[in-house]
Design a protein around this ligand. Structure first.
Ligand code: LMR
Length: 394
């Protein structure tokens, strides 16, 4: 049977991780996959996570099943964290899912049950895994204008004009904060306009919230999501705990749905649970129990928030230092946008040949579209990195 298959394309982000690991040069710099690194270049387990894990180890009495929607305390804590009181909870349902990707997957399946073959509009560009998840779910992907390659900001007028042209049969995938891959984000005023447009057209907002707390703060980063869901009758949110809790390999996320009333929320949730049961049955618990333990305990939560704030502030400092180094070495403001972007990434706008050159000559690894993970910038070698970038674009 397998002779019918041809080789599938690899994932460019995960493939680059392998290439970096195999590079023997001690001076190599990893600006590739979206994984936070501290000043030693290590993706450490957060202290609050370690403490929560110890508590779980000491107190857990059973490993029996929790049910299709997973850990209920986790679900409630994530709703408090992401949505707060922006929408009446009687219209909201949540199901724990394996990572942000698993959450996107089950929600895309749900869309396809509600509107088979519906069109999902994604930003141009978007996270490369959005397209396969949507297409493997039977949906059609189209793009709306987003990144302005000249200003390195958001082409907001063009984006809004495209959203204004959608109908109630369309789905709009929005990055709740910390846009991946560009690093260019909507201002609160722009979110207000997007929310008003969605309310007018009836297009379904689907918010990918994978980096809450990595941009300007937990509250600031939730603004867009809360504003949108407060303005529309129906919405979907895919939450990830991979980055803000550093739980990457635990695969912890949440699929959240907002329906027009409680009765429709129940029906829609029954379909979501049916999708989950028919795929992986129930989600794994460990990551969910860690997050529940942290968010329900004021002291642990404060510790987690302090760690998250330190991570965010470090990324902002690295952004400022890199753009400042490039400015002083080149006497140009061409890379100042790195300092104004937010989240883990910036799209540098380099040709692929420049990206390949940096990898081959300098051991500087970034995604082929020239996305850098700012957390991977080595603070003590920012001058070297700026020199390598400037030499490569000459
Ligand atoms: C990334 O964009 O690098 C991360 O979200 C990791 C991944 O799964 O692609």
């Amino acid at each position: 049977m397998f002779e019918t298959l041809t080789k599938a394309p690899g994932d460019k982000i995960l493939a680059l991780m392998g290439e970096y690991a195999a590079d023997p040069r001690p001076t190599k710099i990893d600006l590739g996959v979206g994984v936070y690194k501290d000043e030693k270049g290590v993706t450490a387990v957060m202290t609050a996570v370690r403490k929560a894990e110890q508590r779980i180890l000491d107190s857990e009495k059973t490993k029996t099943y929790l049910g299709i929607a997973g850990n209920k305390g986790y679900g409630a804590a994530v709703l408090d964290l992401a949505l707060a009181d922006s929408v009446d909870r009687s219209r909201v349902r949540v199901a724990q899912a394996p990572g942000g990707t698993g959450s996107l997957w089950v929600l895309m399946q749900l869309i396809n049950r509600a509107r088979p073959g519906a069109t999902v509009w994604v930003s141009d560009p978007t996270w490369p895994n959005h397209n396969p998840i949507a297409e493997n779910s039977g949906l059609v992907v189209k793009t709306y204008p987003y990144f302005d390659t000249v200003t390195r900001g958001v082409k907001f007028d063009a984006m809004l004009a495209a959203l204004d042209g959608l109908t109630k049969d369309d789905v709009v995938l929005l990055h709740g904060c910390c846009h991946n891959p560009t690093g260019a984000n909507l201002s609160p005023d722009q979110w207000d306009k997007v929310a008003a447009s969605l309310a007018r057209t009836g297009a379904l907002p689907f918010i990918d919230l994978a980096y809450l707390g990595f941009g300007d703060g937990l509250l600031e980063d939730a603004y867009g999501t809360r504003r949108v869901i407060a303005s529309v009758p129906e919405a979907l949110v895919a939450f990830s705990g991979s980055k803000n809790f550093g739980l990457y390999r635990e695969r912890i996320g949440a699929a959240i749905l907002i329906a027009k009333d409680a009765a429709e929320a129940d029906v829609t949730q029954s379909q979501l649970l049916n999708i989950i049961r028919g795929s992986y049955s129930q989600p794994p618990d460990h990551g969910a129990e860690i997050i529940r333990t942290i968010l329900e305990d004021p002291a642990l939560r404060a510790e987690w928030e302090a760690e998250l704030n330190a991570m965010r502030n470090r990324m902002i400092r690295l952004r400022e230092k890199l753009s400042e180094a490039i400015r002083s070495k080149s006497n140009s403001e061409d890379f100042d946008f790195i300092a104004s972007h937010r989240g883990m990434f910036s799209l540098l706008g380099l040709e692929n040949s420049v990206v390949e050159h940096l990898k081959a000559e300098n051991g500087v690894y970034m995604i082929g579209d020239s996305r850098i993970n700012v957390a991977g910038i080595p603070e003590d070698r920012i001058g070297d990195l700026a020199d390598a970038l400037l030499a490569a674009i000459k």
